[in-house]
Ligand binder design. Sequence first.
Ligand SMILES: NC(=O)C1=CN([C@@H]2O[C@H](COP(=O)(O)OP(=O)(O)OC[C@H]3O[C@@H](n4cnc5c(N)ncnc54)[C@H](O)[C@@H]3O)[C@@H](O)[C@H]2O)C=CC1
Ligand SMILES: O=C(O)[C@H]1O[C@H](OP(=O)(O)OP(=O)(O)OC[C@H]2O[C@@H](n3ccc(=O)[nH]c3=O)[C@H](O)[C@@H]2O)[C@H](O)[C@@H](O)[C@@H]1O
Length: 445
Amino acid sequence: MALKITVIGTGYLGATHAAAMAELGFEVLGLDVVPEKVAALAAGRVPMYEPGLEELLGRHVAGIGGSSGRLRFTTSWDELEHFGGDVHFVCVNTPQKHGEYACDMAYVDAAFASLAPRVKGGALVVGKSTVPVGSAGRLAGLLAEHAPEGVDLAWNPEFLREGFAVRDTLHPDRIVVGVDGDRAEKLLREVYAAPIAEGSPFVVTDFPTAELVKTSANSFLATKISFINAMAEVCEAAGGDVVKLAEAIGHDERIGRKFLRAGIGFGGGCLPKDIRAFMARAGELGADQALTFLREVDSINMRRRGHMVELAREAVGGSFLGTRVAVLGATFKPDSDDVRDSPALNVAGQIHLQGGQVTVYDPKGMDNARLLFPTLRYADSALEAVRGADVVLHLTEWREFRELDPAALGRVASHRVVLDGRNALDGAEWREAGWTYRAMGRPRA
Ligand SMILES: NC(=O)C1=CN([C@@H]2O[C@H](COP(=O)(O)OP(=O)(O)OC[C@H]3O[C@@H](n4cnc5c(N)ncnc54)[C@H](O)[C@@H]3O)[C@@H](O)[C@H]2O)C=CC1
Ligand SMILES: O=C(O)[C@H]1O[C@H](OP(=O)(O)OP(=O)(O)OC[C@H]2O[C@@H](n3ccc(=O)[nH]c3=O)[C@H](O)[C@@H]2O)[C@H](O)[C@@H](O)[C@@H]1O
């Protein structure tokens, strides 16, 4: 009989994980505490934007014509208990604590507290959320106290990227599991049999190492981005071109070309909060010196946002008062509707606070942006955002923006000045259409 799997927390990570588990042939129950989210998923609708996920839900959600019926969603812990899962994946959020660097474990703790008395004996609980090292050991103690006999814990961090979540879940470039016994490893090999058979490396380790793999991977990625953004600062001072520089150093396979796109830096619900939580945890462990470089990674990153604001202020003549600024992009990256810690919205918000009239357009992030920044103006298209603008800021590199017609935009803008915060537009094309095009870390033409 196929394993029964539950997924607790059906947000960006959990909704994708639940659908992917159904695709792999398991019977799956997803549980979340937000009824609207559960209602949408149960109707086969994705409550966020993630390419390919709606199709996957359509193939498996029970009650949808032609679906396998293997996937259901609920808000009820009693239903979860009745379902009798063999493996329970915990995918709840682990945000930054308000006003602190540390990770807020309240959601994980609440999920484990609800889950522990409801799992059946012999079940496996698998943590997927990104947590401070040491959490798994602590939570194993909680299970030992409150769960029935023979319930094991494993930690199985997730490495998916938003925008590629379905592909990354079904075809991961590695699967990492922290276990403290053979049984958990055996069950997880069964869960991930298909990707393992396809060649995904399966790395088995202890709890702390598994937890650290996740936070160190994100720290490395963040460091790579801040490294290239530091080079962008030097390029601007010296008259160099950071895009050429990234291409040239990236030819060295030891460095590689990926994650060297300079611009306004990284944001999102993970990299910023994960490096801060990692620093805070290292401090608690007495190893804070080891991670002081992450402080610099963070400050280089935050400086990029301020630098874009400066470039925009300079472009409008030294003060935003009485000026109109068009912002193309609200999400923290393209192909997502996620605006958590979005550099684009941060820049838009700073300019708004300094008296500029900011109009934002984003292909998928408008609803979330409106919730977070209700005082900004929003337009229904890039053309409408640019109408009457004194400067245009390109802050999230959606394909739609690369395909814009600069000549058409030039006819509605007040001034033809575009600042490319993602080094992704074709500067020559914009210049040909009469725009002053300026990119970050590149020479002024
Ligand atoms: N978003 C991403 O691309 C990735 C996220 N992660 C990690 O995965 C975790 C989840 O992240 P996201 O999915 O982005 O967050 P999210 O905020 O989109 O989803 C979390 C979900 O958990 C639910 N939840 C909270 N408390 C609950 C409880 N007690 N019981 C049941 N459900 C509960 C929330 O209602 C929400 O729907 C975080 O630790 C994050 O760092 C890891 C890799 C990728
Ligand atoms: O832990 C997580 O949640 C995830 O965090 C990141 O994934 P994600 O946040 O979806 O997005 P990325 O593609 O990593 O981009 C993060 C930010 O860095 C920026 N970025 C990325 C690459 C680059 O070269 N330059 C750059 O500024 C992006 O614009 C974006 O704001 C990691 O890439 C995933 O492996 C990880 O699982």
